[in-house]
Design a protein around this ligand. Sequence first.
Ligand code: PLP
Length: 743
Amino acid sequence: MGAGGVRVLLLSGPAQGGGGVEKLAGALGASGLEVLRAGSVREALSVVRSDAALGAALVGWDTTDTAMDGPAGTGEVLRAVGERFVRLPVFLLVTGSDVSGLPLWAYKLIQGCVWPLEDTPAFIAGRIARAVADYREAVLPPFFRALRHFDAGHEFSWHTPGHAGGVAFLKSPAGRALWDFYGEALFRTDLSISVGELGSPLDHTGRIGAAERNAARVFGAEQTLFVMNGNSASNRIVGHATAADGESVLVDRNCHKSIMHALTLSGAVPRYLVPQRNGLGLAGPIPPSALARAGDGGPAVSAVVTNSTYDGLCYDAVEVAGLLAPHVPRIHFDEAWFAHGAFHPLYARRFGMAVTPEVMDDELRPTVFATQSTHKLLAALSQAAMVHVRPAPRAPVNPARFNETYLMHGTTSPSYPVIASLDVAAAMMDGASGTFLLTEAITEAVRFRQTVVSVAEQIREDRDRPGWFFGVWQPDHVATRPVEDLVSDPAAWSLEPGAAWHGFTDLRSGYCMLDPIKVTITCPGVTADGAVQELGIPARIVAAYLEQRGIVVEKTGDYTLLVLFSLGTTKGKWGTLIDALVDFKDAHDAAAPVEELIPDLGLTGPLPDLCAAMHAALQAHGLGRLLDQVFTDLPTPEVTPRAAHTMLIHDDVEQVPLDRAHDRVAASLVVVTPPGIPMLLPGENIGRADGPALTYLRALQAIDQEFPAFAADIHGVHRDQGGAYHLDCLAFSDSAVTPVPDR
Ligand SMILES: *Cc1c(COP(=O)(O)O)cnc(C)c1O
């Protein structure tokens, strides 16, 4: 591999004999390396912390050089290298007589010393260029390394894909545009599995097998499988591989629809574990008491727990495993939003693969599966996901048999670019590099959280304007504790029993924690314990305003907005968001016209009037209370998800308006976001006309009809031209209701 475009850090102080160092810099440049000169420890630290493309570091060592802060300064730079890079070649640039005084740990980090006054610059530069090339090869994970070599071979292909390394695209103008857009490399490496030397994800052989084993090591699993159809496929694989027709499965009611799909495929019978909700409408954890009682309905073959939740609540996975272990031999943690859990001490014990033989005896320990959307919070292409397995003697996992189910949910034409991105995602998280990247994301999230609170305080103190502002859903002490504490102390984020901020009850200390990188911004209107405030700023209006400014949030609730600080967050990116929130406040307080602020809505009138009208509507319908009833008083299952699907196949399904849907059975999943928890599952009875489900849906329908520009996000509801809701119901009888077309 060439070293073109690779940077080398060169830190030397003025006392280090200018001539030799100058010549060395010239020789490094001549060998194709870009030299970044740093004249002080501070400059060097900033390069080390911000430049991942560094290929080597040359660090001056001169005990007499005061500009360099002597050995202490050098030590600081070396330590920073160790905190970020694995195996980066580091050389000490020695101009004095010896390297005595170098601490022992530093010897481990450095690859050698160079003496610019003794050896020729060309010789030293050659040594360094060699080390850079070796390093750049060594950092590549198994599959991606092989893929690059394969690409360099420029073979002709006679197999699928038919675009043949991209050549087919060049034969048409649209194809040419695609080829130009993505560049040749994507197409050259989009290969079929007939390329034997790269291996196959279908039987986990070759370099792909090696990449999966490397990922298993990095994520702490006994076995890891790469999945190319998203974590939805991971969930179907695990669900379908662990429960058979008619067997009972304990299922977190706060589950993704792919869990439902797995039940439909397997014919298993779900029994639900019900999480709490708070006054903000956020879904909380399943209380420990519910897990302890989970066996009441009889034996079950496995349990599925969403960890973390969409809003960033993660469990002490070891405690959850201990509570569920008497009832089930297997636990499936859906960690779609938590692939980063294994890589920072803040999350110790919070992720599925933490349930190891070291923390739980084999007689009790359940087999654990963790399914992760690698693409959601780590760096990987969309659809890149993983299944991690840690089997226990109680429920062994035979890899060959498990693979039969894996194959049922995979494709026989997997995408090599997606596999390469999974391989690289694991490499990025390996060792010091993973902790460094997460520390950066967590630090940014904490700084954002603190800034929102301090802006709110400044506004309150400023007598000249109304005192309201947005808040952040978090423990109160987050506003005042030092950032370093908040980045390192898991207790700082715990949902402690009795603390007012979270609004949940029935917890144990340390059982559940808020992941700081998932930030819920709160708007005035309601509090976590359900109290209603006079001033209300519905979040949907804020979200529409932010979108107009080019800021798209992850999720919008009635009075909450969720933003994510992933590995892709750049420093200070959040400044724009705070600025926009302050502008929204000012526009509200100045009664600015909606048609100017958010022209896309097609509405007119002062912003505060719109906010007040929607706040009044949300409160008049008592949405918060209704939501609570929907999830306290669960619908009765009439048929299994599989039986409901059989009727769907036979078209024994009709769309029924809400006023006729009472006592009917749902044919498809109904999910209102937030809280994003299924309120009706296929096969469940919709209930009485004045029951919780229909009362809640009628309220949403009324608010939608009043504010059509802000229609709620509901999966499984069809709206007709007038905005009336219709539900898919199973047609057991001869009831003749004509379906409405989807709007
Ligand atoms: C997003 C999500 C999934 C599905 O993951 P994809 O990678 O989008 O297929 C599964 N479970 C939960 C909890 C999710 O949020």
